[in-house]
Design a protein around this ligand. Structure first.
Ligand code: NAD
Ligand code: TYD
Length: 350
């Protein structure tokens, strides 16, 4: 029996992790702690919210006292920490929000775990979910490895880098049993339509312009979200204490090539003449400090823990587009803001 605190479980990746753990481990008690910011959506978990081993806690990780009380009350033995502000463009408009949630929030959780666990770390684990963006930007060749020096450029990646350093510092200084993974760009169902793939699917659907930053030559390494959740499961259970694992799909695309593939699949699905959606492509001013290329080497995870991505990109992107097209209500609720009322209706009336 385990009592696992999963933070940020109402978000994109967190909801896939919560679903996997709740379904796969009926003898674990899963506590999903989420502040329900604009990015948190409990609709994402409708299929599992009735299960006996699932619990939801609405709380803010920036509130250190609240975190300590929750640890005292529930005595969690593990943490899988995904709660974060996650969008680079928002971090450029409002860096402080990222410092508060990503840095202070993470340190609050480390303190609460450390205080509750005292020095009895048997069966305990603090798993911090991070990003490949902490490593900075690559030129045309090379990969990020676990020992690549940190070189963040955006306020988002700087805040994630800072939180990674704190997690390692709590391991080295206080012996808190930690593990960290750094993953490449995720795509798939339930991603908030401010990130490239769901934003562009939604815009194509509504015949709205597709705003491509700069020349569209930046390269990202895309991984299907369910494969990230599978990697998190493997690392949580079998990753070494104090270790770091890179997660990625060896699946690099320039933005413009990816967008053209999406346009073509959308033309086919929407019964439009080939080439129609591409006409929506609009080149706009580049993002400030825009990293050129991310590419992950996940050899350590593959060799040591036998994880490999289950899906090829061609299949994953089709599944993703199909999901958004058959869940238009989800997209409409999210873009209209209606989803924010769900919590009130579902939880506060009980
Ligand atoms: P997301 O923005 O979809 O979800 C974040 C969740 O955290 C939301 O449910 C939100 O309500 C919650 N949250 C935010 N601030 C909070 C606070 N102060 N207290 C409690 N909850 C709070 O993000 P995501 O894309 O699912 O990313 C999850 C994690 O994975 C993040 O740590 C991110 O850095 C990391 N990551 C994301 C990607 C990616 O491509 N999306 C890739 C690698 C790593
Ligand atoms: P995004 O999904 O925001 O992820 P990240 O910045 O964390 O990699 O963006 C992916 C790529 O797409 C990135 O190079 C920026 C680019 N992009 C656009 O060209 N236009 C957009 O409207 C968005 C949101 C992103």
């Amino acid at each position: 029996m385990k009592k696992i605190l999963i933070t940020g479980g109402a978000g994109f990746i967190g909801s896939h992790v919560v679903r996997l753990f709740v379904n796969k481990y009926p003898n674990y008690q899963i506590y999903n702690l989420d502040k329900l910011t604009y990015a948190g959506n409990l609709f994402n978990l409708k299929d599992i919210e009735h299960k006996d081993n699932y619990h939801f806690i609405k709380a803010d990780i920036v509130d250190g006292e609240a975190m300590q009380h929750l640890f005292e009350e529930h005595n969690f033995d593990s943490v899988i920490h995904l709660a974060a502000e996650s969008h680079v463009d928002r971090s450029i408009s409002n860096p402080m929000e990222f410092v508060m949630t990503n840095v202070i929030g993470t340190v609050n959780l480390l303190n609460a775990a450390r205080q509750q666990w005292k020095n009895d770390f048997e069966g305990k684990r603090f798993y911090h979910i991070s990003t490949d963006e902490v490593y900075g930007s690559l030129g045309e060749t090379g990969f990020f490895y676990e020992d690549t020096a940190y070189d963040p450029h955006s306020p988002y990646s700087a805040s994630k880098a800072s939180s990674d350093h704190f997690v390692r510092a709590y391991h080295d200084t206080f012996n808190v049993p930690v593990v960290i993974s750094n993953c490449s760009n995720n795509y798939g169902p339930n991603q908030f339509p401010e990130k490239l793939i769901p934003l562009f699917i939604n815009n194509i659907r509504h015949n709205k312009p597709l705003p491509v930053y700069g020349k569209g030559e930046n390269v990202r390494d895309w991984l299907y979200v369910v494969d990230h959740a599978r990697a998190i499961d493997v690392i949580f259970h079998r990753g070494g204490d104090g270790e770091t694992y890179n997660i990625g799909g060896h699946n690099e695309w320039t933005n413009i090539a990816l967008i053209k593939v999406m346009c073509s699949i959308m033309d086919e699905k929407l019964g439009r003449t080939e080439g129609t959606s591409e006409q929506l492509i609009t080149y706009v001013k580049d993002r400030a400090g825009h990293d050129l290329r991310y590419a992950i080497d996940s050899g350590k995870l593959q060799k040591e823990l036998d994880w490999v991505p289950s899906l090829q990109f061609e299949e994953g992107i089709r599944l993703t587009i199909d999901w958004y097209l058959s869940n238009q209500q989800w997209l409409d609720e999210v873009t209209s803001g209606n989803y924010l009322k769900y919590y009130e209706h579902q939880y506060e009336s009980r």
